[in-house]
Design a protein around this ligand. Structure first.
Ligand SMILES: Cc1c2[nH]c(c1CCC(=O)O)Cc1[nH]c(c(CCC(=O)O)c1C)Cc1[nH]c(c(CCC(=O)O)c1C)Cc1[nH]c(c(C)c1CCC(=O)O)C2
Length: 363
């Protein structure tokens, strides 16, 4: 492994391990994205997946919010996309402007079109290279988060051929071909494991799994189809890191909309941190997970459109909620939004959000 500059801010690593911290660490999902003029400027010259596949461009974009919010943000997340796994499996994915698959999986027979064995170094080595370059470029300022999409969310994209409001096609698979669905979900999970392990070896210091469509499943179907794959990933990553003598890193699971499963996830899914969307009160989440995991989240990203007074009010309320639920203790909480930041947000309002987090969580 490459030697990287020493880390100067390990707040998020300590919080992720459940330790009490002097203030809450903060970052936001999609922090390198379209709300930033410097991102839009670079993006105007390159295709989306071209940036993902060009390590020095992915590195530059990952560093943009770290430069702009230096001293205010406590983590970086590698610029990439969850859909690089379907690409590694051999599917074509376009971004115009949302993701679209020209040739989605229509029936279980189509699974034979996927690559049998995915060599992640060969297919996704560009992400590993971007992670290594970013670690060097960060100069130890904050830790770097690696990530992947969860199997159920990727399965849904691969079958729907893009985003969906009803998930009719993906759910048809679950209910019509449950065994074939489970087999495909586990196949995707195996690629996730190798991809995450590769990211850690390349320099990722935390990992986040995004199950963005978890909330589309009933609690029962989540436990049948998504939960086993999430557990397969946490077990597999930890086992492979141990086998290869690579130090373990904290793992975050963001299963959006799966607040119904919070207790079970805290108990048995094998993640250090659970990300929350805005549909659950922090105090209730705290009581549900009973201190077994750290929490991350969870303001509605649209609060950032409400102006400074609204942002400050929402941050204050959230900070009080996360403290109370833990018997007055700050810590074991990573401040974030409840989903990704959206393109219309004024970057100065995000700065204000970071400043408010600092104000209300400093002891
Ligand atoms: C579902 C999902 C996707 N991608 C991702 C998810 C899970 C998180 C979530 O639920 O939002 C994850 C993702 N996508 C991107 C990152 C980069 C790291 C970060 O800043 O958080 C991450 C972590 C960059 C991106 N991924 C995408 C962009 C914008 C593309 C552009 O420049 O045109 C960025 C910056 C494109 C993308 N990629 C995806 C969609 C639906 C879209 C289009 C709509 C949108 O922008 O929200 C799939």
């Amino acid at each position: 492994m490459v030697e990287f500059p020493p880390l100067r801010n390990d707040l998020i690593l300590r919080a992720a391990r459940g330790e009490k911290t002097e203030r809450a660490p903060v970052w936001v999902m999609r922090q390198a994205g379209r709300y930033l003029p410097e991102f839009r400027e670079l993006r105007s010259k390159h295709e989306f997946f071209e940036i993902c596949r060009t390590p020095h461009l992915a590195t530059e974009i990952t560093l943009q919010p770290i430069r702009r919010y230096s001293g205010l943000v406590d983590a970086s997340i590698i610029f990439s996309d969850i859909l690089v796994i379907p690409q590694a499996l051999g599917m074509e994915v376009l971004m115009n402007p949302g993701p679209s698959f020209p040739d989605p999986l229509n029936t279980p027979e189509d699974v034979s079109k996927l690559r049998q064995h995915v060599d992640v170094d060969k297919e996704l080595g560009y992400v590993f290279e971007a992670i290594t370059q970013t670690r060097i470029g960060l100069k130890g300022e904050v830790p770097l988060i690696g990530f992947c999409g969860a199997p159920w969310t990727l399965f849904a994209y691969m079958i729907e051929g893009g985003g969906s409001k009803t998930f009719t096609k993906a759910k048809t698979w679950l209910f019509k071909y449950p065994e074939e669905s489970k087999a495909l979900l586990l196949r995707i999970a195996d690629v996730c494991v190798d991809f995450l392990v590769g990211q850690v070896k390349a320099g990722a210091q935390l990992l986040q799994v995004f199950d963005s469509w978890a909330g589309e499943l009933s609690p029962h179907d989540f436990s049948q189809f998504s939960f086993p794959t999430l557990k397969h990933i946490s077990d597999g990553v930890r086992r492979k890191l141990e086998q290869q003598n690579v130090p373990q890193v904290p793992m975050i699971l963001f299963a959006k909309g799966a607040n119904y499963a919070l207790g079970e996830l805290a108990e048995t899914a094998g993640y250090d941190v659970l990300g929350l969307d805005w549909c659950i009160e922090p105090v209730i989440a705290r009581d549900t997970v009973k201190g077994k995991v750290a929490l991350q989240g969870n303001i509605d990203p649209n609060v950032l459109y409400g102006g400074r007074e609204a942002i400050e009010k929402a941050v204050k309320r959230m900070c009080e909620g996360f403290k109370q639920g833990n018997k007055g203790r700050t810590g074991a909480w990573i401040a974030n939004l409840g989903h990704g930041i959206t393109p219309g947000v004024d970057p100065e309002d995000l700065k204000w959000f970071f400043e408010c987090i600092r104000k209300y969580t400093s002891q």
